[in-house]
Design a protein around this ligand. Structure first.
Ligand code: SAM
Length: 346
């Protein structure tokens, strides 16, 4: 039964909700992981794309119950890089060979459209692809960033369970978040979304709905991360049991449904399991986003506890991930040009 579902998913890339639930519940997960690995190799090859992640501000106007940098967490040391510091970090990342820069932050209103567009234009002069992950903005703002040169945008839906989302993200509207994703698509961004796995109250049926949502959009990239409770949040006492395994299964099923998209092996995976990112790369993932933020600021971008590489330099992270990737018989994709563009996978 499970073998035939895996085969059906690998061959048709289509499953209904009940079938997805059955796959997410399977105990014989190696069958699923091997199929996802095979499809990954067939559609996107053995190369792994590296994206340099710059966490440029941990100020946030939002109060998501799960997030360590939520505005009500008064114990976080808040920091914000200046535009020049962001550009300097990006230049350094390019010198280590990165061909994509990802700018991520809390929803920090200090960065107005003009400032962000200036940063985007300057980074694009470095001849790299640029991804933004700065939350919900108006369509006009998204259009301005795109016009300035931004290529990709990451905005996780977190969960497609609207009630759960609005409970965990007070003041935010689920419909508005979905609208943001459609606006980004229409404006020509490569769009990434994704889920948090293991949220209190989240069901396997709702995770199956997440997968159908990603397929319908469709996303060009999707990041699946286990939810890891942060001690200074209202969800501090939640558990992480099973979150890693379920995240890996979500990711593998996603590879079967959307065989040619870019799927990151997320940092949160490795925060829960010492080989988390390698296991993810062997179960459908083809992207890693090493931290390129200056060591001085890393500890303060604490979305969840146990985040890896907090004491490491950007240079060390670059070298370390490359040797890990080689250790499983894969290689860092160093192709010139517009690097790791989803559309080029086609
Ligand atoms: N503000 C932007 C946004 O809303 O998309 C980007 C920054 S946000 C902090 C990046 C991601 O961190 C979120 O999409 C969420 O999935 C993840 N995250 C937050 N808290 C987490 C936790 N406790 N465990 C795992 N991931 C978490």
């Amino acid at each position: 039964m499970i073998n035939s579902l895996v085969t059906k998913a690998a061959e048709t890339h289509t499953l209904n909700r009940e079938e997805l639930v059955s796959l997410l519940r399977i105990q014989e997960a190696p069958v699923l992981f091997e199929a996802a690995d095979r499809i990954r190799q067939q559609y996107v090859g053995d190369g792994v794309y590296l994206r340099a992640l710059i966490e440029f501000s941990n100020y946030c106007k939002n109060d998501c119950l799960y997030c360590g940098i939520r505005k009500s967490n008064l114990r976080v040391h808040r920091y914000r890089l200046t535009p020049e510091q962001i550009l300097q970090t990006a230049r350094q990342a390019v010198s280590y060979g990165y061909k994509t820069i990802v700018l991520q932050s809390g929803e920090d209103l200090w960065f107005n459209t003009d400032t962000l567009c200036y940063i985007i234009r300057e980074i694009k002069k470095l001849d790299v692809a640029l991804t933004l992950s700065i939350g919900e903005k108006s369509r006009e703002e998204y259009a301005a960033y795109r016009q300035a040169g931004a290529d990709r945008y990451l905005l996780r839906i977190e969960t497609t369970d609207k009630n759960l989302y609005e409970k965990l993200d007070p003041g935010l509207s689920w419909d508005r978040r979905v609208q943001c994703l459609y606006d980004l698509k229409e404006l020509g961004y490569e769009v990434g979304s994704g889920s948090l796995v293991g949220l209190p109250g989240q069901t396997v049926a709702s995770l199956a709905n997440d997968l159908l949502f990603f397929q319908k959009l469709p996303v060009d990239m999707a990041g699946i991360g286990p939810f890891i409770p942060h001690p200074q949040t209202p969800l501090a006492n939640e558990k992480t049991d099973g979150h890693f395994e379920l995240s890996l299964k979500m990711m593998a099923v996603m590879r079967l449904l959307l065989p040619d998209i870019n799927i990151p092996a997320t940092t949160a995976m490795e925060s829960l399991h010492p080989d988390g990112r390698l296991l993810a790369l062997k179960s459908g993932a083809n992207v890693v986003m090493p931290n390129a933020t200056d060591r001085e600021f890393r500890p303060f971008y604490e979305l969840y506890p146990g985040k890896i590489c907090l004491g490491d330099s950007a240079e060390k992270c670059r070298g370390c991930i490359e040797s890990k990737i080689k250790s499983i018989g894969r290689y860092v994709e160093n192709a010139k040009g517009f690097h790791g563009d989803y559309l080029k996978n086609k």
